[in-house]
Design a protein around this ligand. Structure first.
Ligand code: SF4
Length: 237
């Protein structure tokens, strides 16, 4: 039997730095279908109740990573979080550790600056072969998990060391370093490991596991971080 529509109270942290002295909560009542995700409710509020509500969204299907936010106290993608699993009252807040630009939109520049630090592209100046740079299935599997990152920032914005000091490179940058460090075609392993070995690099991780819990792609983030630490210590990857 189909589940009936429910009325959900969505408590959203609002903040417009041009007019608000401080963030405050606003509560909206929205009708919800059993198949609705939190993004559907935010859209319904913006389109039919309050056009000033501001949030990022693009693909709406868990691929672009633009709608990461805190939902009932946990970092989630709004487009992947089913409302039926959340109860009658749902809290929505911006990610922590990144400056709020407006409402649920945070300044992602520090996040992407850390991403840029690790040189997130294949580096290989050797003469290219006539065909592709081939890998064995085992070589490809070595970094398969970390290729799934969609740069949503849910992990880095769930990381207490990053909250304490935004200079910490953060889990997402390390995940993306892992993706190239363990790629047999890449030739910049030493440079990347040296970057991770710097002050505010990989050793800032305190193995809290928040990042792994937050990742909407199911990436074993903490495990990838630990693999990078071991690679630095052994320099034999
Ligand atoms: S590792 Fe997961 S949580 Fe972190 S940015 Fe990538 S997809 Fe998002």
């Amino acid at each position: 039997m189909a589940r009936p529509r429910r009325t959900i109270k969505l408590q959203i942290e609002r903040y417009n730095p041009d007019v608000d002295p401080a963030p405050h909560d606003e509560v909206y009542e929205v009708e919800s279908d059993p198949s609705d995700r939190v993004l559907d409710l935010l859209n319904r509020i913006k389109w039919f109740q309050d056009g000033t509500l501001t949030y990022r969204r693009s693909c709406g299907h868990g691929i672009c990573g633009s709608d990461a936010m805190r939902i009932n106290g946990q970092n989630r993608l709004a487009c992947k979080t089913l409302v039926k699993n959340l109860g009658e009252r749902v809290t929505v807040q911006p990610l922590i550790g990144l400056k709020v630009i407006k409402d649920l939109v945070v300044d992602q520049r520090p996040f992407f600056d850390h991403y840029d630090e690790i040189m997130p592209y294949l580096i290989n100046d050797e003469r290219p072969p006539a065909t592709e740079r081939l890998q064995t299935p085992e070589e490809r599997a070595r970094y398969d998990d970390t290729t799934k990152c969609i740069l949503c920032a849910a992990c880095t914005a769930a990381c207490p060391p990053f909250w304490a000091n935004g200079r910490f490179i953060g889990p997402a940058a390390i995940v993306n370093a892992h993706r190239f460090v363990f790629d047999s075609r890449d030739r910049a392993t030493s440079e990347r490991l040296a970057i991770l070995n710097r002050r505010f690099g990989v050793w800032g991780c305190r193995v809290v596991f928040n990042c792994t819990d937050a990742c909407p792609r199911g990436i074993k983030v903490t495990d990838a971080i630990e693999q990078c630490k071991r690679a630095i210590l052994s320099e034999s990857v």
